[in-house]
Design a protein around this ligand. Sequence first.
Ligand SMILES: Cc1cc2nc3c(=O)[nH]c(=O)nc-3n(C[C@H](O)[C@H](O)[C@H](O)COP(=O)(O)OP(=O)(O)OC[C@H]3O[C@@H](n4cnc5c(N)ncnc54)[C@H](O)[C@@H]3O)c2cc1C
Length: 363
Amino acid sequence: MAGSRDIQEKQKNIGVIGGGIIGASAAFRLAQRGFRVTVFERGGWGAEASWAGAGMLAPGGEMDGDPALAALAIKSRQLYPQFVKDLIEASGRSIDFQENGALDVAYGDAEWKALQARADRQRVLGICSKAMAADKVKAFWPFLRTENLAGGIFYPDDALVDPREVMAALRIACERAGVAIELQSEIETVIAGETGASMQVAGGREVHMDAVIVAAGAWSSAVELHGVAPQPAAFPVKGHLLGYRMPDKYCQTIVRCGQSYLLQRANGLLIVGASVERAGFERAVRPAVVLQLEKAAGFLLPHLAETTPTEVWAGFRPGSDALQLGRWQGSAVYLAYGHYRNGILLAPVTAERLSTEIASDLL
Ligand SMILES: Cc1cc2nc3c(=O)[nH]c(=O)nc-3n(C[C@H](O)[C@H](O)[C@H](O)COP(=O)(O)OP(=O)(O)OC[C@H]3O[C@@H](n4cnc5c(N)ncnc54)[C@H](O)[C@@H]3O)c2cc1C
């Protein structure tokens, strides 16, 4: 039998601006707590960064500094198995989730020293790794370039997920949990109060919510907030990726070298990434960038030097000066953006934090 607390929760309306992995995960967790949730997405479901992302779940590859962010990343990585299990159960869809670790390789002494120094710094942050001599790397990853290979660092806890499959499962899981999904519905303005917020939907409709989450990725600061100070700026950091069709299980862990990485999804697609560009919201795929990535891929994995990618795409990572997560200035607006290179990884912890904070503020 539902208690009075549950009934109260059910009466609260939460509006989520943005149907990417951040908004969708938060919507799912809030609906599971009994809130009435509506996601407003100005385009298609999960069609922006959350479609473009490679899907590394990699504190080992990404965290080297900021202890608070590293702790959040480690926590989110720990939450992932349960997150995936919950989504599979709630949606009936399968999700490609591989907990096989990641290898960083170094060519030449300088790179090798830098890699070992980074691993030492990361150990202090709680990220474990294991140094591997060059002959071991050659034995386990025989397809990699061996010339001048100095060694590798293996990160056993890094993993990968197919974000497109996560988004497909999230859509069904959200709908089954009672989340209303409004596609092609852009939110232009939010008028924020302490106990509620009104949203202006493009076309003139106005809706009132008890709380509103801004999870509009790289576009999050384009949503006009009234009644509170403007939210911190969000900006796009464009990234290109290449996809190669390869035999199944060709590459069973993530492999990284400097700014380049390789990973293979269960559907056979081997992904090579990624560029990091401040190019505004220009969507075009740029041949010069593709060529650079092809060169990097051919360097690391010589077989790819004679192979043409079957897919090339680009997306906009949501940049910001810092991760924006939580209630904004004591109002009914909550920010959830600026996940930059790690939004796929950080989705479970973001959803958990937001749903806990909103439940504690609204009840
Ligand atoms: C090339 C590339 C590689 C990446 N690789 C990885 C990786 O390996 N691991 C990892 O963890 N992360 C990775 N990322 C980053 C990750 O993809 C993002 O951090 C994450 O997808 C952000 O999710 P989001 O929901 O905040 O944004 P998005 O997925 O961009 O979703 C925001 C949504 O808001 C909608 N929207 C915008 N304005 C409005 C409005 N006014 N009203 C309604 N809706 C609106 C948009 O249409 C969009 O669908 C990568 C990103 C790129 C581009």
